[in-house]
Design a protein around this ligand. Structure first.
Ligand code: FAD
Length: 309
């Protein structure tokens, strides 16, 4: 690892972090990318909905990205960041017992999905149990789909999922409530509502078989749930990072360029936009990189002006 200050340290080597690194590497900046583990979509077989790479595996996409940024001289290390502190004009980043300095930091550490504790659910998440119909709806279109309520707003997910199939069961799971009028509308849209708690997602030979609620198993081909999303931002404690409330939960507050309230700190991808897909996480990284590079350019010209004044 380079011991002098990096122009930028990027926390997270998912789509957002590597896209940031690509643009900064092409701007000939000294960049270190630190990655603490797999991306959020690691369990999925494909990245769907990304023009040009639609259907590539998530890990293959990131491998290609990593190779490309390394060719530009960007350092990529597998190391979890445990702390970020402001130090002078920049930052001190702690990783695996070491520290590295940077003029700027980009937080691209994404989200951890906390799944509801229902037997059989975690095994199928990303395989035949999904959260996002834009990511996986096309692959299961027209099949027997279930939405298991995990949130009072799960009725919204049903409205979405219904677009992909006219065979949708909505398990209220003692979590969502529907009044008589809402039940009539769901019935009119062909959605069958199942009352009572969900006991188990039934799997047979590793494959989804059905959903058991109140002792009865209803066979389905895919299940949609809404995990609670936990931002991977523990390392940022103490920086006074502002958060913003969204219907999907709190995210790091960032302007359209990814700049946060902490000078020199950008936030991109799911950490700042929980609903962002891979293509939009990449786009956010690319945009933030350009603005971050510009902020460095401004500092360098200001220093030159001061030197001659
Ligand atoms: C099951 C599933 C399937 C999905 N399928 C699709 C799909 O088909 N198409 C689509 O467009 N989107 C899909 N998504 C959404 C997609 O995962 C996100 O849009 C994308 O991962 C966001 O990219 P990111 O770079 O912000 O975060 P991530 O890809 O999650 O990358 C964040 C990285 O930061 C690392 N990290 C976390 N904490 C630290 C730390 N302290 N120090 C260092 N590194 C850290 C993580 O390990 C990770 O590698 C899916 C999501 C799920 C859950």
């Amino acid at each position: 690892m380079n011991t002098s200050a990096y122009d930028a340290i990027i926390i997270g080597a998912g789509a957002a972090g590597l896209s940031t690194a690509l643009v900064l590497g092409r701007a000939r900046r000294r960049v270190l990318v630190l990655d603490g583990g797999p991306p959020r979509n690691a369990a999925a077989a494909h990245v769907n909905g990304y023009l040009g790479v639609d259907g590539l595996s998530p890990l293959e996409l990131l491998d290609v990205g990593r190779t490309q940024v390394e060719k530009l001289g960007v350092e990529v290390r597998e190391a979890a960041v445990s702390a970020v502190q402001m130090a002078g004009d920049g930052f001190l980043v702690t990783l695996d017992g070491e520290q590295a300095q940077a003029r700027r930091v980009v937080l691209a550490s994404g989200i951890t999905d906390r799944l509801p504790e229902i037997a059989g659910l975690a095994e199928g998440f990303g395989v035949d149990i999904f959260h996002c119909p834009y990511c996986h709806g096309y692959e299961v279109a027209g099949q027997r789909l279930a939405v298991v309520a995990t949130h009072p707003m799960s009725g919204h997910q049903v409205r979405m999922v219904r677009q992909w199939s006219d065979d949708v069961l909505f398990f209220l799971n003692d979590t969502a409530e529907l009044d008589a009028e809402e039940r009539r509308v769901f019935a009119a849209r062909g959605v069958e509502v199942v009352d009572g708690p969900v006991d188990e997602i039934v799997r047979r030979d590793g494959t989804l078989h059905g959903v058991r609620a109140s002792g009865e198993v209803r066979e389905v081909d895919a299940v949609f749930v809404a995990p609670s999303m936990v931002l991977n931002i523990d390392a940022m404690a103490g920086l006074g990072l502002e958060m913003s409330d969204t219907p999907l939960g709190p995210v790091v507050a960032a302007d359209p360029t990814g700049a946060t309230n902490v000078p020199g700190l950008w936030a991109v991808g799911n950490v700042a936009d929980a609903g962002s897909q891979v293509i939009s996480a990449s786009a956010a990284g690319a945009k933030a990189a350009a603005m971050l590079n510009f902020s460095l350019i401004e500092d360098e010209w200001a220093a030159a002006a001061e030197a001659v004044s």
